[in-house]
Design a protein around this ligand. Structure first.
Ligand SMILES: Cc1ncc(COP(=O)(O)O)c(C=O)c1O
Length: 367
């Protein structure tokens, strides 16, 4: 903007995993534009078929029936409907601090009262919230009527909280015992962001349905609900459709995005750079009293402060670093995975200045 260069650690809320305007994605979209832009899902399309094949190849084994849509919230809506239809039950267990989108079904599964309150009279009463990480509370919440548990393996909007070891394993066990559909929302964590293709791989746990979107189209809107054949197959023809879902243009972008992620080894890159950057953030936590903790996996990281982070973000922006927040006191990092270590070091330098200024200011004012 105005000739000023920025380092983007926000990545469009996690969309720009392969950077902005990656040449392979631009080329794929241009070429597809000249062939066919729209093609309804009731007709065959070669690009859609190609994408479905690519998705099945990289998805956790056994998840092979896919519904294509246009966003994360839509991917979640489909998962909810499939779980309800498959089990014939109606209750869904969701997590405190969980975020799944803002359409009515997804919002019903979203915890933040700020988003729910204005619409509470029309949200579904069939959603229960339990503390993230508390298996005992999940068990207590299960009834004869529980259809699904929905969870982000690493909570994003909720403040970058990594599932404690044993939690996803325990959820898998509980869901198997009670015939409950386990839904992993990987809208923010998917496609390599956390240093594995899917965050669930950190614990080696497979869901029955996985929701993805954000990074999937390299910037072009697309989402997918990827599930077990029997679970997804319970939705009969016409019971869940989308006019634009799976359009050839978005599919071409998604095919190119998956190719780039694999060819450029971005999953490993996220892991290696993420580990190094996390160490730098841990160092900052040791340096400044106003910082509490650094957490996350791969290049999905959070830095929690004991104070409001607004001034820190604004100062960093002036110094050319775009950062993101979750709530008032967590700085969130969702940079493109193509970011360099030099750029991450520059981000750390800027952070050190911005945080140091804030700490001095608070000391002066005696807070
Ligand atoms: C985990 C998760 N699920 C769902 C969504 C909703 O996605 P969208 O904004 O594309 O509807 C988001 C968006 O931030 C998300 O982080």
């Amino acid at each position: 903007m105005n000739g000023k260069a920025y380092i983007d650690c926000m990545g469009g809320y996690g969309v720009s995993l392969v950077g902005h305007c990656h040449p392979k994605i631009v080329k794929a979209v241009k070429e597809q534009c000249e062939r066919l832009i729209a093609c309804h899902g009731s007709l065959y399309n070669d690009k859609r078929a190609e994408l479905l094949e690519k998705l099945v190849k990289i998805a956790p084994r056994g998840l092979e029936k896919i519904f294509l849509s246009n966003s994360g919230a839509e991917a979640v809506e489909c998962a909810i409907k499939a779980a309800i239809k498959y089990t014939g039950k109606r209750e869904i267990i969701s997590m405190v601090r969980g975020f799944h989108g803002k359409t009515l079904g997804a919002l019903s599964a979203t915890w933040n009262p700020k988003y729910r309150e204005p619409f509470k009279q029309i949200l579904s009463p069939n959603f229960k919230f339990v503390p993230f990480g508390r298996l005992d509370r999940v068990e207590e919440a299960i009834t004869e009527d529980t259809a699904a548990v929905i969870v982000e393996p690493i909570q994003g909007e909720g403040g970058i909280h990594v599932a404690p070891n044993g939690f996803l394993e325990g959820l898998r066990k509980l869901c198997d015992e009670h015939g409950i559909v386990l839904i992993f929302d990987e809208v923010q964590t998917g496609f390599g962001r956390t240093g594995r293709m899917w965050a669930s791989e950190h614990w080696n746990i497979k869901p029955d349905i996985m929701c993805v979107a954000k990074a999937m189209g390299g910037g072009v809107p697309i989402g997918a609900t990827i599930g077990r054949n029997d679970v997804m197959g319970s939705l009969k023809v016409g019971e869940h459709t989308s006019t634009f879902g799976g359009n050839p243009l978005a599919c071409a972008a998604a095919c190119a995005t998956i190719d780039v992620i694999l060819e450029e080894n971005l999953v490993d890159r996220a892991r290696v750079l993420g580990e190094r950057f996390k160490k730098i953030l841990d160092g900052l936590v040791g340096e400044f009293r106003i910082l509490r903790e650094a957490r996350g996996l791969g290049l999905m990281l959070g830095l929690e402060a004991r104070v409001d982070i607004y001034n820190i973000l604004m100062r960093a922006l002036k110094m050319g670093v775009i950062l993101l927040y979750c709530g008032r006191n967590v700085i969130r990092f969702l940079p493109p995975l193509v970011i360099s270590m030099e750029q991450l070091e520059k981000v750390a330098e800027v952070l050190r200045v911005a945080i140091s200024e804030e700490e001095s200011l608070l000391k002066e004012t005696g807070i």
